[in-house]
Design a protein around this ligand. Structure first.
Ligand code: 2AM
Length: 168
């Protein structure tokens, strides 16, 4: 199973981001991430043996509720991704991602060695934008994080939440 841990926005915030991405798409092409697929990855696991999923569902992990401001957009030429994210990643999100990574390593799960870069991918295979419309005003309260299974279907990626973890 292909798995990852993520923060999922409320649908209203996801729809606002998707509408913004559709405006950008007119200039950059590429594929727009559908509203219900928009998320921020905290830790990417890749392929995991199904027998280990129960361990993941009961990871002893805690964290603080916080807000996730979406303040800036960026483009990575190396993978042609257009993304949005906070100006500075909120400390509780950094702590959560670090705790997850440490715990996953301690439990012998394979994780990314790259440092955590808080980003929300909105367009894939896009050309570099010249200018961008102003980002929408939105509220993204972070009250939980989720363990998600990713599957490729004819319509693109499909994400199913396997477990929810409440933040205090
Ligand atoms: P991306 O949006 O930057 O592509 C599901 O695939 C999620 O896991 C996406 O948010 C994706 O990030 C992330 N992801 C996919 N492959 C990854 C990898 N090798 N390392 C880190 N994150 C990855």
């Amino acid at each position: 199973m292909r798995l990852f841990f993520a923060l999922w926005p409320p649908l209203g915030a996801a729809e606002a981001l998707c509408a913004w991405a559709r405006r950008v798409h007119r200039k950059t092409g590429g594929s727009v991430v559908r509203a219900r697929n928009i998320h921020l990855t905290l830790a990417f696991l890749g392929e995991v043996d199904e027998a280990r999923v129960p361990d993941l569902k009961r990871l002893p992990i805690w964290g603080e509720r916080h807000a996730l401001p979406i303040e800036r957009a960026g483009y990575w030429a190396r993978n042609r991704i257009l993304w949005v994210g906070p100006e500075a990643t909120p400390a509780p999100a950094v702590t959560l991602a670090e705790r997850l990574r440490d715990l996953l390593a301690a439990w012998k799960f394979r994780t990314e060695r790259q440092p955590f870069a808080a980003h929300v991918t909105l367009l894939r295979k896009a050309r570099e934008p010249e200018e961008l419309p102003p980002l929408p005003e939105l509220d993204w309260p972070v009250q939980e994080f989720v363990l998600v299974r990713s599957r490729l279907s004819a319509e693109g990626s499909r994400y199913d939440v396997l477990e929810r973890f409440s933040l205090a």
